[in-house]
Design a protein around this ligand. Structure first.
Ligand SMILES: N[C@@H](CCC(=O)N[C@@H](CS)C(=O)NCC(=O)O)C(=O)O
Length: 202
């Protein structure tokens, strides 16, 4: 294997990398190495000072993080311009949509951490509502203008992984709230078999 990916099945950011690698035909070069980011003895802390996954360990020992950098690296390895368009307008649209998808996942993770890491205290409802507000506004904007999946780019991948994370942890019931996105994710899943293969509960 050329690469080792520090990973966790539930991580939407790891899923982004795995889907990108599969689309680029590079998944066979990547060995998954699960990481427990909450374990102070996990080697992830030496590999990524931020202690976050995904982190991709290259053959020469260099480590790349985060998901945006890793996807760009894999895209370059595959020849470039495949998941991150080279045309300027298409490129910045894909990167903008990626930021929106990643932002949903970031807010959704903060909601999980607020309840998981403060077991002795009541979750701060104001904080949770602020995070939910970010997710809901982002969902509304995506429903109004769903990302192109022809071809699939890094923006569509990020949004699909964010929606999958909401399905998994249920921070916001996006299917009830933004039903216009259901056909979008179904079309994405039909176009991208690795979406199913990388589901969090696989
Ligand atoms: N912007 C980063 C976000 C990565 C991230 O938040 N990963 C989470 C898991 S889904 C993590 O490692 N959390 C552990 C921590 O924050 O200590 C990326 O795109 O890779």
């Amino acid at each position: 294997m050329k690469y080792t990916l520090r990973s966790a099945a539930a991580s939407p950011f790891v899923r982004k990398v795995r889907i990108a690698a599969a689309i680029l035909g590079l998944d066979g070069d990547i060995k998954l190495d699960p990481s427990d980011t909450q374990d102070d003895n996990d080697s992830i802390l030496g590999q990524n000072p931020l202690g976050k996954i995904p982190a991709l360990i290259l053959e020469d020992g260099r480590v790349l993080y985060d998901s945006r950098v890793i996807v760009e690296y894999l895209d370059s390895v595959a020849g470039g311009g495949k998941l991150i368009p080279t045309d300027m307008d298409a490129r910045f649209e894909a990167l903008r949509v990626q930021a929106l998808g990643d932002g949903i996942a970031d807010a959704a993770i903060l909601i999980v951490y607020e309840t998981r890491f403060r077991p002795d205290q009541e979750p701060n409802e104001n904080w949770l509502a602020r995070q939910r507000g970010k997710i809901e506004r982002a969902l509304d904007s995506l429903e109004a203008a769903p990302p192109s999946i022809d071809p699939v780019d890094v923006g569509a991948i990020a949004v699909a992984c964010a929606l999958g994370y909401l399905d998994f942890r249920k921070q916001v019931d996006w299917r009830a709230r933004n039903p216009g996105l259901i056909s979008w994710i179904d079309n994405f899943a039909a176009a991208v078999p690795s979406h199913f293969e990388t589901r969090p509960d696989a």
